[in-house]
Ligand binder design. Structure first.
Ligand SMILES: C[S@@+](CC[C@H](N)C(=O)[O-])C[C@H]1O[C@@H](n2cnc3c(N)ncnc32)[C@H](O)[C@@H]1O
Length: 323
């Protein structure tokens, strides 16, 4: 099992076709082009330019994906039509439009209904799906129900049981914090979301790809589920964060606590794998929260390579040239 963190723009990685491995599942959570403050990215791009960039990423992801493999593309609901178009034009076959309903109150909008969800489009390479585990959960019974369910229910395309990491105390221990207590990355995705996606659409030993890795939630979950993971992140501070997060997995990042939520799933132990020994760190704050100028080309987990780290670094440096 290996993980690989590439500290570069995914567009540069695409230009030199750096990724030689085939992947089975991609989580695509790009900046939403809504003028958020990113240190290494302009989040106020011209619309056309932005969607051309997304198209390049989806196209490349499709090329490196095994037949039947999956992509989950997360976006604002107002961009649904663009996401569907980009995926269709780059060879992906639509499977589901997942509604991730937020737990916090809706964002009010004048002359429109308040916004209460985000979309995740699930698509595959070809009609025939390679892996789809039908997970079962056991949400609380509505008050009007009198009889307990015996075996939970299948997960549907409405996900209303996963709390987003908002600011303040709602974000809890899972949110990575800087020394001053602020959140290290405002767009950190909850582990529970990646857990559902990875359990559903991959097997042990598969390779999971994240071209906009942020704090590395995808890699942290994939690693604990004994899947390989490749993450690209443009910001060196974030790339360093991913490295630290993987090398010293925090208590708050352990996914075992969610096992019981899926206990009604057939063959769960096969999908999840054996309990994984991880080195944990009992803190919510990590050393990477101190800004760094160090910008490694690639970093990777120890003892997990088929190639030693230097080989990867050299290959990357060679491939990238000055781009
Ligand atoms: C929405 S966040 C992803 C958050 C992530 N899912 C997590 O759990 O932390 C998008 C990330 O993409 C990164 N990014 C922006 N442009 C990029 C590019 N061209 N290549 C790679 N990463 C990029 C940003 O720095 C940011 O960390």
């Amino acid at each position: 099992m290996y993980y690989q963190i590439i500290n570069k723009s995914c567009i540069d990685v695409i230009k030199v076709n750096f990724i030689h491995e085939k992947v089975d599942l991609t989580f695509l959570d790009p900046p939403f082009n809504q003028q958020k403050d990113y240190a290494f990215h302009n989040d106020n791009m011209n619309e056309q330019e932005y969607w051309e960039m997304m198209k390049k990423v989806c196209q490349y992801t499709n090329e490196i994906t095994n037949k039947g493999g999956a992509i989950y593309f997360m976006q604002r609901e107002k961009n649904t039509e663009f996401v569907l178009k980009v995926l269709r034009e780059t060879g992906w076959v639509f499977q589901n439009l997942i509604i991730w309903k937020k737990k916090t109150s809706a964002v009010p909008v004048a002359n429109k209904y308040g916004k209460h969800f985000q979309i995740i489009v699930y698509a595959t390479k070809g009609e025939k799906v390679k892996t789809f585990h039908r997970l079962r959960i056991n949400p609380e019974l509505p008050a009007s129900y009198k009889i307990q369910r015996e075996n939970g229910v299948f997960v549907t395309d409405v996900w209303d049981d996963i709390r987003e990491l908002t600011s303040g105390y709602f974000a809890g221990n899972e949110a990575i914090r800087a020394e001053n207590g602020d959140r290290f990355h405002k767009q950190q995705t909850p582990l529970a979301l990646l857990l559902r996606i990875i359990l559903t659409s991959s097997k042990i030993g598969n390779t999971i790809f994240d071209p906009f890795a942020g704090t590395g939630t995808t890699l942290v979950v994939a690693h604990q589920l004994q899947r390989n993971a490749i993450g690209i992140e443009i910001d060196p501070n974030n790339a360093n964060c991913i490295k630290e997060r993987l090398q010293n997995i925090r208590e708050a990042d352990l996914i075992q606590k969610y096992y019981k939520d899926y206990i009604c799933t057939e063959n769960l132990s096969e999908i999840w794998g054996d309990e994984f020994e991880v080195q944990t760190k009992n803190t919510t704050q990590l050393p990477f929260c101190i800004p760094t100028t160090k910008s490694p080309y690639t970093t990777a987990g120890e003892n997990v390579y088929s190639q030693p780290p230097d080989t990867i670094t050299n290959r990357m440096a060679q491939a990238m040239g000055n781009c």
